[in-house]
Design a protein around this ligand. Structure first.
Ligand code: UD1
Ligand code: CA
Length: 451
């Protein structure tokens, strides 16, 4: 079966009250339309056709993906008209799946069940709602066979009482759909070409129409306003939390987790509240993440501990290392086994060797630290001269006293000790003492005389 997926995304989304096209609003950091495209890709669509309208250029630019075929629907004349715009690019033997760009949480599993029913007839996805207001209703005959879909605005009171509704998503063989669409008209309350009219046309042709029920209403919920956007964000996050817990992750509160990308966890990972994960993050076995951490595109190896309020971006944290509280690892930070980076320490594009410690109030940038190095509080690698960046090398076993500035490029050799308050401007070591300090002056009785 050759599958062609058509994603309807031409609607304006006025109720979002936004300058951003509706389908570019994000759930879990990815545009609504991106989620729908991901699902179409998971279904192995031969081609994905996106019908766009308002804000089309922005939408195209945001979802720059060679798998997509973009079709402009200049005037929004209805869902049937929208699908028709895509049909010239779809061959007769294909099966067409229609998705909505603003219904982001439908699963590939549900759609596979729909497609199974669409090999030689029309299959529509329906659900039953307590409050069906606004939706098209599913009309069945005495034997329960689907007869038609009637839009809210065209419905009689009897029909309005029906709680089984049209989600809008459907599938059918291309040659059949093409025929039905050519016969749709706009003789209805909204003067639109309704995609839903294909149901009655199929019935008239004696073609089988199946209704597949979506088990979870969240799957077929659309986004029309910011409240619905927020609700689907939470639903998505809940799904992610469920998946993580099933895989053996402890979440202090699954309602206070935000994964905006891919989070891969080993067993016995513990994640405290209010953490945000972005991009691809890997947490090894037994890793613990304290509250309020933000971690993006990073790998944290087994046994490492990230304490509260730490920000980690583009970094690698080695096995059993400890980071934070209040630490910031920027891109290119690499911590070897058992390394420690403590509070108010910023590390950028630097390697911290095994067992080395940078515990308090320091900036380590463009540096290479060997093993078992101790960096005192307030130490700064002066890596930038205003024009270029330079490297600091601190070899194994070095002890740097507090409040030291290392003016790069500079190397401190193995096991050297640098006295507190030193400004290191030239290479030094190994096995040496480096001190640069104004000698201390003490004037006895001075303070007493001043009073
Ligand atoms: C549609 C269905 C209704 C169903 C409901 C589910 C029709 C006639 N009605 O109604 O039975 O219960 O969805 O949410 O199909 N779009 C275009 N071009 C257009 C019109 C719409 O691309 O000319 C897109 C919209 O961006 C949206 C989707 O199609 O993604 C649905 O359009 P919308 O106007 O929301 O349809 P409803 O009237 O809600
Ligand atoms: Ca809608």
């Amino acid at each position: 079966m050759e599958l062609h997926t058509v994603i309807l995304a031409a609607g304006q989304g006025t109720r979002m009250k936004s300058a951003l096209p509706k389908v570019l609003h994000a759930i879990a950091g990815r545009p609504l339309l991106g989620h729908v495209v991901d699902t179409a890709v998971a279904l192995e669509s031969e081609r994905i056709h996106v019908v766009h309208g308002h804000g089309g250029d922005r939408v195209r630019a945001a979802l720059d993906d060679p798998q997509l075929r973009w079709i402009e629907q200049a005037e929004q004349l209805g869902t049937g008209h929208a699908v028709e715009q895509a049909m010239p690019g779809i061959p007769d033997p294909a099966v067409v799946l229609v998705l909505y760009g603003d219904v982001p949480l439908v699963t590939a599993e549900t759609l596979r069940a729909l497609l199974d029913q669409a090999r030689d007839g029309l299959a529509i996805l329906t659900t039953v709602l307590d409050d069906p207001a606004g939706y098209g209703r599913i009309l069945r005959d005495g034997d329960g066979a689907v007869q038609a879909i009637v839009e809210q605005k065209d419905a009689t009171d009897d029909i309005l009482a029906i709680r089984e509704i049209n989600t809008g998503l459907l599938a059918a063989p291309a040659h059949m759909l093409r025929g039905w669409l050519s016969r749709c008209d706009n003789d209805n309350a909204q003067q639109e070409y309704y995609l839903t009219d294909v149901v009655a046309l199929a019935v008239a042709d004696g073609c089988p129409v199946s209704a597949v029920a979506a088990a979870d209403p969240v799957e077929v919920s659309g986004v029309n306003n910011r409240q619905q956007l927020a609700a689907l964000e939470r639903a998505w996050q809940w799904r992610t939390a469920e998946r993580l817990m099933t895989a053996g992750v402890t979440l202090s509160d699954p309602a206070r987790l935000d994964v905006r990308g891919e989070l891969v966890c080993g067993t016995d990972v513990v994640i405290d509240i209010n953490c945000v994960f972005e991009g691809r993050v890997e947490l090894g076995e037994g890793v613990s993440i304290g509250p309020n951490c933000v971690i993006r595109d990073s790998r944290i190896a087994a046994g490492a501990r990230i304490e509260a309020q730490s920000i980690i971006d583009g970094a690698f944290v080695g096995p059993d290392a400890v980071v934070g509280p209040f630490a910031r690892l920027r891109p290119g930070a690499e911590l070897a086994d058992r390394a420690r980076v403590g509070n108010f320490v910023e590390v950028k594009k630097s390697r911290i060797g095994a067992g080395s410690k940078v515990n308090h109030l320091s900036y380590i940038g463009d540096a290479e630290l060997g093993a078992e190095v101790n960096i005192g509080a307030g130490t700064i690698t002066c890596n930038y001269d205003g024009v270029n960046k330079h490297k600091t090398v601190i070899e194994d076993g070095v002890f740097i006293g507090s409040d030291t500035q290392l003016v790069a490029p500079v190397t401190v050799g193995r096991n050297t000790v640098v006295g507190a308050g030193t400004t290191v401007t030239r290479d030094a070591g190994p096995d040496s003492l480096v001190v640069s300090r104004t000698p201390q002056k003490t004037i006895p009785g001075w303070a007493k005389r001043r009073r």
